[in-house]
Design a protein around this ligand. Sequence first.
Ligand code: G3H
Ligand code: ZN
Length: 287
Amino acid sequence: MLVSAKEMLKKAKKERYAVGQFNINNLEWTKAILLTAEENKSPVILGVSEGAGKYMGGYNTVVGMVNGLIRDLNITVPVALHLDHGSYEGVLKVIEAGFSSVMFDGSHYPIEENIEKTKEIIRIASEKGISVEAEVGSIGGEEDGVVGAGELADPSECKAIAELGVTMLAAGIGNIHGKYPANWKGLSFETLEAIKDATGDMPLVLHGGTGIPEDMIKRAISLGVAKINVNTECQLAFAAATRKYIESEKDLEGKGFDPRKLLAPGFEAIKATVKEKMELFGSINKA
Ligand code: G3H
Ligand code: ZN
């Protein structure tokens, strides 16, 4: 059964580890992430961007696939199905379809409007026990059409949004979606510390989890980050493993062209990436 992200993040913040949000794109992605979570007894959050939801056929398809896999694969660890960087309309649609968690990304609105819209989303979601993530400041780079300037979050704005009763808060702290450029300055721990002081027990969310050095991840967790989003890294691992399979011409041997064989190396690569992240985030055996 799908659960809200509330309890898993409360526990993570208290015990100082982070739960990974891994974005899904299809059946292979979803199955690989769920099996890895189960094998490692880790809670997990499946992230779905609006673009990926559309790609998979629509939100009802996503909910049907995830619920079916949880049942058929006997997944017992806590799983939240979460809308990633959702618009106001997108949030309403996924709530209707049966998601257990949403992110309303109002970071591109003036703060007053972000507050008003987030407040309304909390009202609708909390009636159904659905967790809500909000964003302040912005994440640099681009993810699935969502472009951000990489603006550092203002701690007093974070406090105002946290006090609305969100479950978790994403803040821009120098993090970027996609690969980090060679001249990246790193995370702003000064900003993170100020946000932590301003928001108390609020579980903080670190977007752009691909390629952040291990020591920065650990420091971020020690400063209140309880959810870390990873997307690009699974895509890179899947693409590299699939390319290797094709270039070795294994698809030409026997029934190597069978999609179940062709997609297997990518599937295994996602599993290995997710396991590595769960180890780094400290979520193994926390389910
Ligand atoms: O919302 C999802 C993420 O922030 C993922 O970022 O693609 O850089 O890992 P990433
Ligand atoms: Zn993100």
